[in-house]
Design a protein around this ligand. Structure first.
Ligand code: DSN
Length: 490
């Protein structure tokens, strides 16, 4: 029997959901073409349903957002920007992208929104490039008495190119919770410009006074504020002041906390848009949309940002633009505000429960959607050992460096946990306490596993009875919060 036939035989007419029907019909169509691919798609749903998703950068998008990506919009080329395309026939993409931009500008109070980046890393690349064009390239071309790059001689162009690559960028170090794209040595961002990181203090916090001093010494063109695993808010008014002290551009990467800004949890000095020149984000984390990126900018950067495609990025993904617009529509509701507030309440409840159990957290807690557990100090386990064991017990978390981590990035001494996905399922503070108890109960009893007769930095084991007991507790918990209950796939 097909997925669709099974659905119609199970669900009565009143309970039918058009999104569920569409998904099941799509699975049938995929199954006809390639049963193996259909099987993996279905298995992914089963896996996500059977595990507690605690990866801080993941969420569950709505079935409608997913469906907006699964259609013929993918077949259209639309390089350029709304109303200014390099291909004929972009009217529908223009309407979709224009609506997404309008919503993003309204939700975040931004001068301008650019929805085309395929990811947060791509958004950062476009942002860097736009800042370099606006602040360095355009004035250099003007100084040479020329109108544009095309008029420069080869020697003049080389002069401008060298000037671009001698610019400086400063972001939070990877080990302090920053992101690879914020100037990490192995990333393209540190090859485009000279890069220096700032780090958190002994307690794991950003020290604004120390940062101000470092910025005055390094004098970056771009100061980046933002993180992947920093469990605190950033004061963007202070960041603006620090950037202004050397005339730097302030770039905020809000990939992790965009949903908290949109939902009104981060406001005042914690809302990046009034203070930053450019704000980049992903659309799939706390914002709960499709996988992708987005840029918000002040008017002076608009012209350069809008040329992100084709000058930095490949062709836009119109099907993803449709999903982004739809997700922004979902964000622009009162229920999203409640969701955002609950994400933080849940993270704080999780942190408090761990602290009560004597677990060591980076910065001693959280005021956003994530926590970082020092597994080495708390449980004598590497991050990777903890990650592997928890996955075995049906919890997905990721290993994460802690500040000043002595371990390699592949192993680490910590794990990062986030609440965006479980909050989407409807979990609250009570469930967070249960999850903290399960994790503590497992990690406390864990012993390093062995590989080729030696203790392995990647594996940990617990008694099989305990593991089964914890899996049962997780199954019981998840049974009250089903993922996409309208999708009758088992
Ligand atoms: N991969 C994202 C995260 O997990 O934070 C950042 O790129």
């Amino acid at each position: 029997m097909s997925f669709l036939q099974r659905y119609f035989s199970k669900v009565n007419e009143r309970e039918r959901s058009s999104a569920a029907i569409a998904h099941l019909a799509a699975l049938d169509a995929i199954h006809e073409q390639d049963p193996e691919i259909a099987k993996s798609i279905v298995q992914e749903l089963r896996d996500q349903r059977s595990r507690l998703k605690l990866i801080a950068s993941e969420n569950y998008s709505s079935l409608s957002v997913q469906l907006a990506m699964g259609n013929w919009m993918t077949d259209k080329y639309s390089e350029g920007s709304v109303g200014h395309r390099f291909y004929a026939g972009c009217g529908n993409v223009d309407r979709i992208e224009g609506e997404g931009m309008r919503l993003a500008q309204k939700i975040f109070g931004a001068d301008h929104a650019y929805l085309q980046p395929h990811s947060g890393a791509d958004a950062n690349l476009v942002a860097f490039w736009s800042i370099l064009v606006q602040k360095i390239e355009n004035p250099a071309v003007e100084r040479l008495g020329k109108k544009n790059l095309g008029e420069l001689s080869a020697a003049e162009y080389e002069e401008v190119r060298k000037l671009l690559s001698s610019q400086r960028v400063m972001g939070l170090g990877l080990g302090s919770g920053g992101h690879l794209t914020h100037g990490y040595r192995y990333n393209i961002s540190s090859k485009m410009m000279q890069s220096e990181s700032y780090e958190v203090d002994e307690r794991g916090f950003i020290d604004y006074a120390a940062l101000a001093k470092q910025v005055r010494e390094f004098r970056p063109l771009i100061l980046i504020a933002g993180y992947s695993s920093y469990p605190r808010r950033i004061d963007f008014a202070k960041m603006r002041e620090i950037a202004d002290s050397v005339g730097a551009v302030l770039l905020v990467d809000m990939a992790h906390f965009a949903g908290l800004v949109a939902g009104g949890v981060f406001d005042g000095v914690y809302h990046p848009v009034p203070f930053a020149d450019i704000v980049t984000t992903t659309t799939h984390k706390t914002l709960r949309g499709p996988r992708g990126g987005m840029i918000l900018c002040k008017t002076p950067y608009r012209a350069a940002v809008d040329k992100g495609c084709p000058l930095v990025l490949g062709g836009p993904l119109p099907h993803v633009l449709a999903a982004k617009a739809l997700a922004l529509k979902e964000v622009d509701t009162g229920s999203f505000k409640q969701y955002a507030a609950q994400v933080v309440a849940n993270a704080q409840a999780l942190a408090e429960a761990f602290l009560r159990n004597g677990v060591k957290l980076s910065t001693g807690g959280t005021d956003n959607h994530l926590i970082v557990i020092d597994t080495a100090s708390s449980f004598h386990l590497t991050g990777r050992q903890a990650e592997t064991l928890l996955y075995d017990a049906h919890l997905t978390v990721n290993r994460n460096a802690i500040p000043r981590d002595p371990e390699r990035p592949w192993i680490t001494s910590g794990i990062r946990l986030g609440t965006p996905a479980l909050t989407t399922l409807g979990m609250k503070e009570k469930e967070m306490a249960e999850i903290a108890a399960i994790i503590t109960g497992l990690l406390r009893e864990a012993k390093p596993g062995f590989e080729e007769g030696k203790p392995s930095p990647s594996k940990a084991e617990v008694d099989g009875v305990l593991l089964d007991k914890m899996r049962m507790r997780i199954r019981e918990l998840l049974s009250h919060f089903p993922l996409y209950p309208e999708l009758s796939i088992d």
